[in-house]
Design a protein around this ligand. Structure first.
Ligand code: C2O
Ligand code: CU
Ligand code: CU
Length: 556
């Protein structure tokens, strides 16, 4: 009964403003939000936070200060440890505990509409920061949810209609840590030994202001790539450490850049957590691929390192993620190829996939006490075919970029729409297949544009009149509950690129974002429990997201 009423209300709400919303999103959406954001009388928060999005100036480089958008937090109720500040432009870290009831009173003091999304968190539709709930300057939105996620590292960021990329770029992002009882028993490195590591790339003007895209369409298709790396919202980071173990919470908070994390001296990386939770047990990797929005928690042990020495975390060389061109580009080198050595090179300096240092750890102090790496971490139940509602009929998410338009199942984003195939019965577990629709691209050993300027486009001719067809790596994110990766299948190799990334995927554990390489097919299993309504799924290359590579699932 309650479900029916809810659904009906939802339907009326959608019907009331969907037509107008399409024409004039800012105003209409804000009105819809006002109808739905009154704090509820029955919700008794354990934690209450006032969060304001506003303009700010921060000192990032020598000389002039930089104008940014910044989340400002104020704790109204709860333990003082609930909010911790990072020194740069990022919002306060929200340190939450599983089971807590959280109220966030969100104020918009920006000169444009915005909405906040709690990436990775399992919350009801109205609390999820869907773009339909954007508010205008001067307005507020009250979020209330219970923390249902297990211990791990999530984040929050703007999710405004067609403005997510620019708003996140200007600073609207922050970390969320979640702790729970099981995790506390592990006694992982805490306090000063639990380090956030948010990696972002930016570009600056001569007077120290953030510079966004320059070259129009080609650059949007590739996504923004900056030439300056920021760690926790700061440039040139050296982190002093002791000779002991640390817990490193790494988030790729970049718009489009994919990092291949690796230590300068070849030491393997030890992962203890992925997007949504701790792993069942630690796993080691020669390097780890971290696409936009992905998180990985690392166990880093500096014991045995020499006092005064440095250890640098790099993004290592790789290739094969940038656009492969099909039809329309035949006949040799295109303008793009000539201009900047391929799309990967555009943007001055740091090509996607080139090698550069991220952050330096300086061994500043000797200590003999260091915790031991636990052999098991979190309980984990692998989801199998017998758990899912559709073992033989996976939901399909086809990734395509035809005619310069990145799409999902050949559809663009529609704010409040879900197609028949996007309707999912609540309280089911679904198998979902995410794959590249790059059939126009069988170019044999042809490599990506970033490798060579070889775009003779043999594959394009076989596209059968599909026009210009491109394939590139897409980090695909699904809102709502975390999922598990069932399989990764490379159906078709585009040159040797895959070999340079394939050992860096953390495929076990709970994920909410997965990098799908050109020619690849990834099958996941995802629960859709408890909450009905519209939940987004999209490419987390933020330029792609804003270009419409996003859709809704309607859970009902
Ligand atoms: Cu990081 Cu739709 O979100
Ligand atoms: Cu999200
Ligand atoms: Cu994409």
């Amino acid at each position: 009964m309650a479900r029916f009423d809810d659904k009906r209300r939802q339907f009326l709400q959608f019907a009331a403003f969907s037509a107008a919303a399409a024409a004039w999103p800012g105003v209409m959406l804000a009105q819809a939000a006002k109808m739905s954001n009154a704090p509820s009388g029955t919700f008794k928060p354990d934690v209450e936070i006032e969060l304001t999005a506003r303009e700010a100036t921060v000192s990032l480089k020598r000389g002039a200060t930089t104008k940014v958008f910044k989340y400002h937090g104020k704790l109204l109720k709860g333990s003082p440890a609930t909010l911790s500040e990072l020194p740069g432009y990022l919002g306060p870290t929200l340190n939450l505990v599983r089971g807590q009831k959280v109220r966030i009173i969100f104020y918009n003091q920006l000169p444009e509409p915005t909405v906040a999304h709690w990436h990775g968190m399992h919350v009801p539709q109205k609390m999820d920061g869907h773009p339909m709930y954007a508010i205008n300057r001067g307005e507020r939105y009250v979020y209330e949810f219970e923390v249902k996620n297990p211990a791990g590292t999530n984040w929050y960021h703007a999710h405004t209609h067609e403005m997510t990329a620019t708003q996140v770029y200007q600073g609207l992002a922050g970390l969320i840590t979640i702790s729970d009882e099981q995790e506390q028993k592990l006694e992982l490195p805490g306090g000063a030994y639990d380090l956030p590591l948010v990696i972002q790339d930016r570009r600056f003007t001569a007077d120290n202001q953030l510079r966004y895209l320059q070259h129009g369409m080609q650059e949007r298709i590739r996504g923004f790539l900056g030439d300056t790396i920021l760690i926790n919202g700061q440039i040139d980071r050296t982190i002093p450490v002791k000779t002991r173990a640390y817990r490193l919470r790494v988030l790729n908070g970049s718009n489009s850049r994919i990092y291949k994390l690796g230590w300068e001296d070849g030491t393997p990386l030890t992962a203890i957590g992925t997007d949504g939770a701790l792993l069942a047990k630690p796993e080691t990797f020669p390097y780890i691929m971290l696409a936009p929005a992905e998180r990985v928690e690392l166990w880093v042990d500096f014991s045995g390192r020499e006092l005064g020495s440095d250890l640098v975390l790099y993004s290592l060389d790789y290739h094969g993620v940038m656009p492969h061109m099909g039809g329309g580009m035949r006949g040799g080198r295109s303008g793009e190829g000539r201009r900047g050595g391929g799309m990967g090179m555009m943007g001055g300096g740091l090509a996607q996939g080139s090698k550069f240092p991220l952050v330096k750890f300086h061994i500043a102090e000797k200590t003999s006490e260091s915790p031991q790496l636990p052999t098991t971490l979190a309980s984990f139940k692998r989801l199998l075919d017998r758990d899912v509602a559709n073992p033989d009929k996976p939901i399909r998410i086809g990734l395509s970029m035809m005619h310069m338009s990145p799409e999902l199942n050949h559809r663009s984003f529609e704010l409040l729409a879900a197609a028949e195939s996007e309707k999912i019965p609540v309280n089911t577990i679904q198998k979902i297949r995410i794959f590249q629709e790059d059939h126009g691209m069988r170019g044999g050993g042809r490599r990506g544009m970033e490798d060579t300027a070889d775009m003779s486009g043999r594959g394009g001719r076989r596209g059968g009149g599909m026009g210009m067809m491109m394939s590139m790596a897409h980090p695909i994110h699904l809102h709502g509950q975390q999922f598990q990766i069932l399989s990764r299948l490379i159906k078709e190799q585009h040159g040797s690129g895959y070999e340079t990334v394939k050992d860096g995927f953390v495929n076990n554990g709970w994920k909410d974002t997965v990098l799908v390489m050109p020619g690849e097919e990834v099958t996941i299993i995802k629960p859709f429990q408890e909450y009905t309504g519209l939940f987004l799924y999209h490419c987390h290359n933020l330029e792609h997201e804003d270009m419409g590579m996003m859709r809704n699932f309607l859970v009902e």
